[in-house]
Design a protein around this ligand. Structure first.
Ligand code: ADE
Length: 225
């Protein structure tokens, strides 16, 4: 998989991709991340990438020209399965969309800033709009990092067996059951007996019950789906 991220703040994205699982996925050649600075495509003599909004009002809008120049350049080099715009008014991100996106080859992600991007970019180039929650971030970069992480960890070979994504919360519309490790007792707080029993069918049953209990109490909406 290849992910191209279009941003005015590439330095904000170096961190999330240079450690742990996301770094290993790149080192293993399972994903390529390419960061593009939109400012490099500005034709303005001050290298501006934003402008006042028509009709007046507070807040700048990201200009159409540099973004379209960059999108079109990338599209001549390969075809993209989705051109994603990260925006608080996009479709709320859920595991299902991450699963679907993890099957694609080429994804483009556009990070917005200020009041957003010129609407004509959305109309003519964006194929999918994603929000990571009902709150406003200062830009789409952290949202692009969240989306990339949620996708990349699903790529075959990224996680090993112990961390397999198949047992993650949400994969079966259930939250994960509680987990414990050594010691079996700490300050008198005991690990549930069943987990120490070695009786695997019983352990499996306990985990299923706990997952269901947890989902009922914390996210009953998942059970309605
Ligand atoms: N950009 C700003 N806020 C955002 C959000 N909640 N989700 C996605 N992109 C954003």
């Amino acid at each position: 998989m290849r992910i191209d991220i279009l941003t005015v703040l590439p330095e904000l994205l170096n961190g999330p991709f240079s450690a742990s699982i996301l770094k290993r996925a790149q080192d293993k050649g399972l994903v390529e991340i390419h960061l593009h600075n939109i400012r490099d495509y500005s034709t303005d003599r001050h290298n501006n990438v934003d402008d006042y909004q028509y009709g007046g009002g507070a807040g700048m809008v990201m200009s159409i020209e540099p973004i379209v120049t960059l999108i079109e350049k990338l599209k001549t080099e390969r075809s993209y399965d989705e051109v994603i715009y990260l925006t608080p008014d996009g479709e709320m991100l859920e595991q299902k969309a991450c699963n679907e996106l993890s099957l694609k080859n080429n994804l483009m992600m556009l990070c917005g800033h200020y009041k957003g991007i010129d609407e004509r970019i959305r109309e003519h180039f964006i194929t999918k709009e994603v929000s990571i929650g009902s709150y406003v971030l200062s830009g789409g970069e952290l949202a692009a990092a969240v989306l990339s992480d949620a996708i990349i960890r699903l790529l075959p070979g990224v996680l090993n067996n112990e961390t397999s994504a198949l047992t993650d919360s949400f994969q079966d519309n259930l939250l994960s059951p509680p987990v414990y490790t050594r010691p079996p007792e700490f300050r008198g707080w005991k690990v549930p007996e069943v987990l120490l029993s070695g009786n695997f069918p019983k352990i499996e049953k306990w985990r299923e019950e706990q997952a269901l209990e947890r989902t009922k109490s914390r996210r009953p909406d998942l059970l309605d789906e």
